[in-house]
Design a protein around this ligand. Sequence first.
Ligand SMILES: NC(=O)CC[C@H](N)C(=O)O
Length: 233
Amino acid sequence: MQNPLSTAPSGDSPLVGVLALQGDFREHLHSAQTLGARTVAVRRPSELAAVDGLIIPGGESTAIDKLARSFELADPIRERIAAGMPVYGSCAGMILLADRIQDPTLDLSGHPQETFGGIDMTVRRNAFGRQRESFELDLDFGGLEFSAGRDGDGVAPVHAVFIRGPWVESIGDGVEVLAQLEPAEMPAAATVDSRARIVAVRSGNLLATSFHPEVTGELRVHELFIRMIKGEA
Ligand SMILES: NC(=O)CC[C@H](N)C(=O)O
């Protein structure tokens, strides 16, 4: 059967897969397509095997974890990550790329939710509060130097939308911080202390953001990811 969310091959642009089990995968497909990438919605191991890079969308990390296991995608995704496939995770996708979750949800038999892992970090789910504490702001974001000068002299800030997003509680060696929030930039309910909180990281070929560039028309995070797939960043 033709996959309706695939786009036709064109030239040598990379094939970007978007894990399409739950969450806002359509928005990620749209962002990658707008940048001229070939895309495929990934629901089967054979679709995963064909991609050059994978996006894990925002949504609900417990649901994506369960579905990935029942669709027999979880272990193949872990294997591709171990083999160096570039992966970008936003929000729930960030949680799924973390080696550790501070506060994992337990299923009915007491089994904690799993992640694919790959980034040596601990994340805290729903760290900024619940749905009604969703917020937006402009953020300095490292790694976007390629965009400098397009809208002025420097790199324009990234407009970030946070919807029940995680923050990164701690990182290991080799994890680069691309963006963080100062306490004054967070909803009051989230400012438990005076620490800045990490909201975007890169570790080798893995990229993760607490927020959702796919819902704002901000294309530079996806552009960075496509550059990573091409080996240009
Ligand atoms: N917008 C999102 O992706 C929210 C993530 C969600 N709170 C989770 O833990 O999976």
